[in-house]
Design a protein. Sequence first.
Length: 714
Amino acid sequence: MTHSFKRLLRVSLVHSAAFSLALLSGWAYSEVTNDVTATHLDDITITARSLESMGLLVPAQQLSGAALAQRQGSTLGETLDNLPGIANSSFGPNVGRPTIRGMDGDRIRILQNSGSNIDVSGLSFDHAVPIDPLTTERIEILRGPATLLYGGSAIGGVVNVIDNRIARERAFDAQGGVMGKAELRVGGAANERSTGAMVETGTDKYAIHVDAFDRSTQNLRVTKDLSCTANGVTTTQKRVCNSASESKGSAVGGTLLLDRGYLGLSTSEYKSTYGTVAEQAVTIGMVRRHHALEGKLRGVSEWFEDVKFQGGYTQYSHTEYDSNVAGTQFDNGGLDMRMEARQRSVALANGLQLEGTIGLQRERNNLHAVGNEKFVPTSRTQSTALFTYQALKTPWGQWTAGARSESVSVQSLESIGPNNENAAQTKTFSPMSFALGVMRNLRQGETQNGWQLTSNISTSQRAPKDYELFAYGPHAATGAYEIGSSTMALEKATQLDLGSEWKNGLHKFGVTAFTSEFANFISLQSSGSYKTSAGAAGSSSDLPVYNFQGVRARFRGLESNAKLRMVGGQQALLSNDAQHGAVDLELRGDIVRADDLTNARPLPRIAPMRLGADALWSQHAWGVRFGFLHAGAQNRMPTYSNVTPVTTASYTTWSAGLNYHTHRGPTHWMFFAKLDNLNNKLAYSSTSVLTQSMGSSAPPLAGRSVKLGLQASF
C-alpha cells in the first residue's frame, strides 16, 4: 500500500463520520442508486449483459425512470452533474462531458448500448457529445474491474447510455401489442422547447422501435450582465451570447426474437447546430449517423452459456461557421465490433462458484480535418483487444478480476505545423490492464441489514490519442497553441478504492475512499512562450504555447451518500397511504484533490468539495423535493509563468421539484416541474476550461429558472 494512500485512509477514518453527516444529495432522487455491493448490482449494472446473472462487484450509479426525467439536461454532462463523484466539464450550455473523480476527456469512455460512441468530443472542449438524453432509457456509470470489458482507456470510468432500439427481451405475447412514450418540456434558463416520442410494437417473434426528438434553446439566462456583439451591434444583457441551439434526431430499429436469442438492427441520425460561447460569431453544425447490429445466441456449448456479438458503423461530421461562413471541418468515421462469450457457472469445492466472460473487441476510426483552425492532422486509429472478467462467489462474499490486452496503432497521414514540424508517422502501443476486486458481506438474515465492505485495485494503461501525439496549431477552445509529442509513452495508473455500505431497513449509508497514482499522466503543460496565430479573417494574435507531456500525478478523494427515512415506515413505503405521506432525507458529498507531482502544483479543472441535502416527500401520486447544493471555493489552481490562474468562489444554490402521476385508462401521465437556483446565485464552474481561458468574461452558471414537463406512456 502506498504511503499516499495510507495517509488518505487515516484522514478518511478520522473524518468520515463528521464528513458523511454533512454530505448531500443535490439531485439524488430515490431512483438514483450509488451501490458498491454485489447484493444490488444485478438490478443496476445491466450494462454488461453477458454478466447479467452474476451480481457484478463494481461501483456503479444509474439513472432511469422518473429520476432521469427530472434530472435530464440538454447535455450528458449536465444530466449527470452533481451525482457523487461526477461533475460537468461544460463549455456553455450546449457542450458537456462528464468528469468522474477529477478525470475528463478520453479517460472517460462514453458508450451507446455498450458500443463505441464515435465522435470528436474528446478532441476539443467545444465539441458536443451527439447523444440526447431525451431518447435515453437509462444511463449507467461503471468503475472497477468491469470497465476493462469496454476499454483500457476508461481509467476514470465508463458512461453507458442505453436505449431500446434493439429489443433484447420479449415485450409482447403472440397476439402482439404496442407501447410508447411522449414527452414535452418548456422553460428553463435557456427557454427550452423540446418534444420527444417513442413507439414500440411487435409480437413474441419480432419487435419494431421508432423514436424521434426535437429541441431548441435560446441564449442562456444568467445572473450577471454580459456584453454581446451580433451583426455589428453590441448590447449588454443577462444572457450568454451565442449560446442558443437547435437539435433533432430520429431512429428506427427492428429485432427478430428467436427461441435461443435475438438478432437486431438499428439506424439513427442526430443533428445539432449550436453556438460556441467563446467566440460570439462562431457556430457548429453537427450530424452523426450510426448503424448498429447486435445478436445473441444462447445454449452454445457445454462450456459457454451464450455468445453475444455487436457491430456499429458511424459517420460523424461537423463544420465550424464564422459569421455564417464555413470554416474548419472535422469528419470522423469508423467501425467497432465486439464479441463476448459467457461461461457456464462452475461449482467448485467449499461452496465456491466461478462465472465469467471472455471477449474480443476491434475498433477503427479515421479522423479528417480541414480549415484555418485545424490543429490536428488527418489520422487513423486502430485497436484490437482481448478481455476477460471473472467472478468467484464465496460463502462470505465475492472476488472479481478483470484483464485486458490491447494492440493500438495511431497513424498520422500528413505532416502538420507551419513548417511541417510534426511529420506523418505511425506509432504503435501495447497497453495491458488488470483489476481485482473483493466484497465482504457482513449482512445476515432475511432483512440483510448490516455492513458490506468492498475494495478494488487496478493497474491501467492507456495509449495516447492522436491529438496528444500529433497536434500542432492554435486551439480556439482552450485559447492556446497546442503541440503534441510523437514520443509520448503509455499513460499508466494504479488505482485503489475502499468502500463500505450500511443498511438498516429503509436507512442507508455508503462511503468510498479512492486514490489514483499515475506514473505517466498525459497533460497540457505551459512552455512559457507564445506563438503568433493567424485568424480566419486575416487577424493575428499571440497565444500561449502548451505541450502535451507526461507527468507523475495523483488523484485522491472521498464520496459518500446516505438516505434516512424520517417519516413513514416500511408499510408506508409499500402502500404509500401513510396519513402524512413518507419523508426521506438524502445526503451526499464528494471531494477530489489532484496534483501534478512532477511540477509540484495542482491539476486544472477539478471540482471543489461539494455537499448537499434534499428532503423528499411523497404521498399517493404526489412527490416533492426541496434541497440545496454547496460547492466550496476552488483555490487550488496551477500557476504558469504566462498565465494568471483564475479561482472560483464558493456558492450555495437552492432547488426544488414537483411531480404528479396519474392514470387515464391505459395511459400513465407524469407532470413534473424543476426549479433551479432559486436564490439566483452567481456561480462559476471550476471544471470548465472557459473559466481559465476567458477569465472575467467567462459565462457563469445558469440563473433562476423554472422548467415544466409532461410525459405520457402507454
